[in-house]
Ligand binder design. Structure first.
Ligand code: URA
Length: 206
């Protein structure tokens, strides 16, 4: 069943509260030590498209906003190239606190934060989930029973995978991580080509 709009905002606020007060993660200790912020997510609580990245980087932890640094600039360019406004989508990460020196998140860290992501998905109920990079791709493909298609991101980026969420049919689109495009122009061309697939997906009115 669809969650009413104001109820969504309240449920998302509760997630933020819980992440802020998490006790048992080394990443939370890092966050407190460095006096930075968790990054919960940002955008339209009624969005038809949800983008899921990996984890906050330095700029994101400093501001509490997802994709606001160099990778965010690439994401903004990509959205613009596909005629999508950032304010219309919801953007989040699988891991909500910054791993030191932007190292890869560990399986334990993913397991700790993933339940928050799952709740965000079920609250916002997007029709399209776009994963950015291999960590969110692996997690989401597995969660939606698509493990058999996991051939490595270099083989499946830009492809469209129909799946079933608790609230209805969805489409999953794995993309390369925009951060790679900050040092590799070929990746930016690939990403620009891949993201155009979103224009061909019809989003039901919510
Ligand atoms: N990279 C990510 O995966 N997420 C962000 O929010 C920023 C950079």
């Amino acid at each position: 069943m669809e969650t009413p709009k104001n109820a969504r905002t309240e449920l998302l606020r509760q997630i933020k509260e819980e992440v802020v007060h998490l006790l048992d993660s080394p990443l939370v200790l890092e966050r407190k030590k460095n006096r930075v912020f968790p990054v919960i997510g940002e955008g339209n609580h009624n969005a038809g498209i949800m983008f899921i990245g990996e984890a906050p980087g330095k700029n994101e932890a400093a501001t509490g906003r997802p994709f606001c640094g160099a990778a965010g600039k690439v994401l903004d360019d990509l959205l613009q190239s596909a005629g999508i406004e950032r304010k219309d989508v919801y953007i989040t990460n699988i891991v909500k606190d910054r791993p030191p020196l932007n190292r890869d998140p560990s399986p334990d860290e993913i397991a700790l934060y993933a339940p928050f992501l799952e709740r965000q998905i079920n609250i916002i109920q997007p029709s399209v989930i776009v994963t950015l990079g291999r960590f969110s791709m692996r997690y989401i493909m597995e969660k939606f029973g698509l493990s058999e298609y996991q051939e490595g991101i270099s083989r499946i980026h830009g492809k469209v995978f129909p799946a079933k969420a608790e609230y209805g049919n969805i489409t999953i689109v794995p993309l390369l991580h925009p951060a790679v495009a900050t040092y590799n122009a070929d990746t930016k061309s690939l990403l620009t080509k891949d993201i155009q697939v979103l224009a061909s997906l019809s989003l039901p009115k919510k």
